[in-house]
Design a protein around this ligand. Structure first.
Ligand code: CNA
Length: 403
């Protein structure tokens, strides 16, 4: 319970009412586990229609069969039967690409993390040696996650502001992966993109606002970290870029961009997942370690047997499971290579390249983004959600943003 001595982070607030929010689930470590299916999601007796249509033998079935025979099958491999009846090995990208080309996957939800932006020169958090957490020594923070801890920010905002200076939109350019996702939109296939990234590259490459959920907020708006009074984002940026500290005109506390810190509420838009994920017929998960809740558990809210394709350097979350769940596909490697291969299979590569080139050639001033100025919600349009705060747990492995 929220006693008088409770810290600000522990007593997180519902931003709409500005009242302490009680009854939230505390930070958990279930990021890599699948949640139990609801009764409506219990397995159906029949095989997947999609896969039957293509006469594909599911990888999990094959794995089970091979396991019985004491053999192993590489993750992400399918076998489709050729007209001669012989089995031809198929990779995850080929299988998913083929279904997309056949028009069987029309509602694609993309779930993304820092790994989609490493090709733009922004380190992720966990890749050894290059991750931002590994490079935080210069910020002199007591532990890496402190940079996103609201109590620590309250005491000393400079480490976060140093990081913000690097991540503020404008310093980096979208890469092939971002443009692939935009192409999904242009082809009318993107139901929604859910990103944990705060670099703004999705918007910069032209994915429209209504197709994008920036689950961990962004630099596009700013507000007081204590009383949530909105503050002009451009002024906040100017102050941060010149190493000054923007302060609230109402209570004089420090202003911060509306990037979601541990223990803070996720943006209202995040809750569109309640209707989006049940509608999805393909989930593409890319460049995330699926360690931060509640975001990580989103991938478990699709219908049973909906295709989920993980593109990442290594298996994460439910994709570490062996055998894989029916409908799960994994393709491991460098994301730009993987996405390029999928684009080739779909026959989209030339179009994506053209889109990239024309965007790059445009006057950068004309590209909407950087800081669009104060947002109408000013950081008020948030809703409570269940998870918790950081430092009591082993946050090096599984973190929790939002409350
Ligand atoms: P993470 O925990 O750092 O995981 C990134 C994942 O991507 C890892 O599994 C990597 O192996 C994988 N990966 C990285 N580069 C590649 C590559 N080139 N090819 C294939 N796989 C790759 O990051 P998450 O997004 O899962 O964690 C969420 C945090 C990170 C959010 O709260 C973000 O705010 C935060 N973050 C954001 C940015 C950004 O906005 N660009 C950068 C760094 C951290």
């Amino acid at each position: 319970m929220a006693g008088a001595g409770m810290s600000k982070a522990k007593m997180s607030r519902d931003r709409r009412s500005n009242q302490p929010a009680f009854g939230r689930v505390t930070r958990s470590f279930i990021g890599s586990q699948e949640s139990a299916p609801s009764s409506s999601q219990q397995s159906k007796p029949s095989d997947s229609v999609l896969l039957d249509d293509l006469s594909l033998m599911r990888v999990s079935e094959l794995q089970a069969s091979l396991a019985r025979k004491g053999k192993a099958l590489k993750a992400g491999t399918d076998v489709s039967k050729s007209t001669s009846g012989r089995s031809v090995p198929q990779g995850a990208l080929e299988t998913v690409g083929r279904l997309m080309k056949l028009g069987r996957l029309r509602n694609v939800v993309v779930v993304a993390g820092a790994g989609i932006s490493t090709a733009s020169g922004i380190p992720d958090f966990r890749t050894p040696g290059t991750g931002l957490y590994a490079n935080l020594e210069k910020y002199n923070v007591p532990y890496p996650e402190a940079v996103f801890n609201i109590d620590y920010f309250s005491d000393d905002p400079r480490p976060f502001f140093s990081l913000a200076k690097e991540l503020y939109p404008g310093r980096h350019r979208p890469n092939y992966i971002h443009y692939f996702i935009r192409m999904l939109h242009q082809k009318g296939l993107l139901l929604r993109m859910y990103t944990q990234n705060i670099d703004g590259l999705e918007k910069m490459c032209g994915i429209p606002d209504d197709k994008l959920v920036e689950a961990h907020g962004s630099f596009a708006t700013a507000s007081c970290h204590l009383c949530y009074t909105p503050f002009p984002a451009e002024e906040a940026k100017n102050a941060i870029m010149t190493d000054s500290i923007p302060t609230c005109t109402f209570c004089s506390a420090t202003v911060k961009p509306n990037v979601v810190f541990f223990g803070e509420d996720l943006p209202e838009k995040y809750f569109q997942h309640e209707t989006d994920f049940p509608k999805a017929d393909l989930l593409i998960i890319m460049g995330t370690s699926l360690k931060i809740e509640p975001f990580a558990s989103l991938v478990n809210t699709v219908k049973p047997r909906v295709l989920r394709l993980l593109l990442n350097r290594h298996a994460v979350g439910p994709f570490e499971r062996k055998p894989l769940r029916r409908g799960d596909y994994v393709e491991l490697g460098d994301l730009v290579d993987l996405v390029r291969r999928l684009a080739d299979i779909l026959g989209w590569h030339a179009e994506i390249q053209h889109l990239m080139n024309s965007s790059e050639n445009e006057d950068l001033q004309n590209i909407p983004m950087v800081i669009p100025g104060p947002h109408a919600d000013g950081g008020q349009q948030h809703r409570a959600c269940s998870c918790s705060n950081s430092e009591e747990s082993d946050s090096s492995e599984t973190d929790s943003k939002g409350t």
